[in-house]
Design a protein around this ligand. Structure first.
Ligand SMILES: Cc1cc2nc3c(=O)[nH]c(=O)nc-3n(C[C@H](O)[C@H](O)[C@H](O)COP(=O)(O)OP(=O)(O)OC[C@H]3O[C@@H](n4cnc5c(N)ncnc54)[C@H](O)[C@@H]3O)c2cc1C
Length: 306
């Protein structure tokens, strides 16, 4: 294993360490995490949404939190998601909400998770806002898709995510696109074994293109979520040659990553949405961003010693 791969693997293991997560929450939004997180409060998140909207960028807000271990905590986090939807509605902002099912109780009991999702989706429906179910690690993939399919019957504005590193994903996209599902296509951010996921980046990138093309040609909406310029260039020419209308797709990127590219796409007339996380539970999200680009660890170390 090369040094970069070793670092990536170590950072992704640390991302799921509960003791380190508790330590980070006490320590506050530091270590350079501010680069990727819009603040710890809803007010800071809404200020960030307004600023991005002014620049012509849509937003999806993520109230941080994952792998929650008790029902009371899951219910409290669902209340926070509802408050976020209400704040978006009151601010008349161009924003949706992204949630993680482990934040809402999926690892505790299915009924806790479903009740929380329905509470969130009822408010979203009343405010005419869309909600996305983020995809977490492989052991939770099938259950996430099952929950998505069940809820989508009652909440048509619900979308979910497919990860290009998983071998199963092309089958999932072909099936879901026939069903008209709205899908965000990503490369995948968790540590997965070679039994379920392509170990080589070149295979993940090639699969990413297959998934996006299949979804763009299908019946559903496509969210092309990547910062990869080669992939974005390829998708732009695919969209042009197949005359895919602008209301069938959008590009998506993470807050704090390739902001120049986000603005360039807006100038070129493409729909672009930025994923904006906020809240105190920033640790796991931050560690995954470091793992994607271990060079990022350099600015963390500089921040610690400044
Ligand atoms: C809107 C959105 C939502 C997402 N939702 C999910 C989800 O639900 N589940 C999931 O598993 N994953 C999710 N991801 C993360 C995704 O799986 C990848 O881990 C992440 O996007 C990096 O892959 P990439 O496509 O940008 O390509 P890469 O090949 O990793 O990166 C391409 C280029 O982008 C830049 N870049 C990428 N990451 C970073 C970084 N952290 N810091 C600085 N520069 C960087 C670099 O210039 C790099 O060369 C999401 C990503 C986005 C954009």
């Amino acid at each position: 294993m090369g040094a970069e791969q070793w670092m990536r693997s170590a950072l992704l293991s640390l991302a799921k360490n509960r003791a380190a997560n508790r330590w980070a929450q006490r320590y506050g939004l530091r270590l350079g995490a501010q680069r990727f997180v819009a603040g710890e409060t809803m007010e800071s998140a809404i200020a960030c949404v307004r600023d991005l909207n002014r620049q012509g960028l849509r937003v999806t807000l993520d109230h941080l939190g994952e792998f929650v271990a008790d029902a009371a905590e899951a219910n409290r986090l669902a209340d926070d998601c509802i408050a976020a939807l209400q704040a978006i509605h009151e601010a008349k902002a161009d924003a949706s909400l992204s949630v993680k099912l482990t934040q809402l109780g999926m690892d505790i009991r299915l009924d806790v998770c479903m009740d929380n999702m329905r509470r969130i989706l009822d408010v979203a429906k009343a405010c005419n806002l869309s909600v996305n179910i983020d995809m977490e690690d492989y052991p939770r993939c099938q259950q996430t898709l099952d929950i998505y399919r069940t809820l989508r019957k009652d909440y048509p504005l619900l979308s979910t995510v497919i990860q290009a590193y998983l071998y199963r994903s092309l089958d999932d996209v072909l099936q879901l696109s026939q069903e008209g599902a709205a899908l965000r296509i990503v490369k995948g951010a968790y540590k997965e074994p070679p039994e379920v996921a392509f170990p080589d980046k070149a295979d993940v990138d090639a699969n990413y293109l297959k998934l996006v093309e299949a979804q763009l040609l299908g019946n559903g909406y496509t969210m092309i979520a990547t910062h990869d310029e080669a992939i974005i260039a390829h998708v732009k020419s695919f969209i042009a040659s197949h005359q895919i209308p602008k209301d069938k797709y959008e590009f998506q990127m993470l807050y704090g990553i390739r902001s120049n590219l986000q603005q360039q796409l807006v100038r070129e007339g493409y729909p672009v949405r930025v994923y904006v996380p906020y809240g105190t539970d920033w640790y796991g999200y931050f560690m995954r961003r470091l793992a994607e680009r271990p060079a990022n660890v350099g600015f963390v170390l500089r921040g610690m010693f400044q």
